[in-house]
Design a protein around this ligand. Structure first.
Ligand code: ATP
Length: 217
């Protein structure tokens, strides 16, 4: 069973990395693939270009976190990065091996707006994690997601391992109230984002002058 953790990673921070690692361990995944998007469909173009975001992500993951790896297929594909295409290409490689798409509560709450979202649930399981400030209570979800949740919800890893795709699991992770938006703001304002993201990532942001950094610290 493998996991996919997609994102803009603009920049990557501990709110991505810690949940990715915890899901990897809790679900005993063979590997967890962090997949940076080239061009996000649902938002403004990222502040840092694709190559810079990939470099930061690689620096964050390093070589010494077994099972966590960076997959650059969306970068290579270019164009708008649709998750359904990414999962389709992974599915071709994996055959029937279970595939889990990890989504924070904010991303899950928007799933019904994603390109061919129903096909996504046929290609992968969904592993949904809480995120500070976002509720997963039914009355905070739109009707299509409420019924998806009601129909597909499972309670444990075994149910995921038993099928290639199609189930939804709520997975507890350490709650870290960190966002890339906040980090970009801090950097642009000349304040320090240290301890919200790996030191290696912060060093590269300074070295490359990303996020309108305007003074040395
Ligand atoms: P931005 O602030 O630029 O919107 P972000 O910090 O939300 O970025 P993304 O790259 O958009 O990060 O998020 C990718 C995935 O990581 C999503 O599934 C999102 O829910 C999840 N995620 C991001 N930050 C956290 C966090 N602090 N805790 C849990 N999940 C998170």
């Amino acid at each position: 069973m493998i996991g996919v953790f997609g994102g803009t990673f603009d920049p990557v921070h501990f709110g991505h990395l810690r949940p990715a690692l915890e899901v990897h361990e809790a679900l005993e995944l063979r590997e967890m693939r962090l997949i940076p998007c080239y061009q996000p469909p649902h938002r403004e173009p990222p502040a840092a270009d694709a190559r810079a975001r990939l470099t930061l992500l690689r620096a964050a993951v390093g070589d010494d976190t077994p099972g966590l790896l960076v997959d650059n297929r969306e970068m290579q594909r270019e164009g708008v990065s649709y998750m359904v295409d990414t999962l389709g290409s992974l599915r071709e490689e994996l055959g029937d091996e279970p595939l889990c798409l990890v989504l924070g509560a904010d991303a899950f709450a928007q799933l019904h707006t994603w390109h061919r979202w129903q096909a996504i649930v046929e290609l992968a399981h969904l592993v949904v994690t809480h995120r500070p400030g976002w509720s997963l209570e039914a009355d905070h979800l739109t009707p299509p997601l409420q019924s998806l949740w009601a129909q597909r919800r499972v309670e444990d890893r075994a149910a995921l391992a038993a099928a290639p795709a199609g189930a939804i699991l709520l997975q507890a992770v350490t709650q870290l109230d960190i966002s890339a938006t906040r980090i970009r703001q801090l950097v642009a304002e000349g304040r320090s984002p240290r301890f919200l993201l790996p030191e290696a990532v912060w060093n590269l942001i300074r070295l490359q002058g990303l996020y309108n950094i305007h003074r040395e610290r």
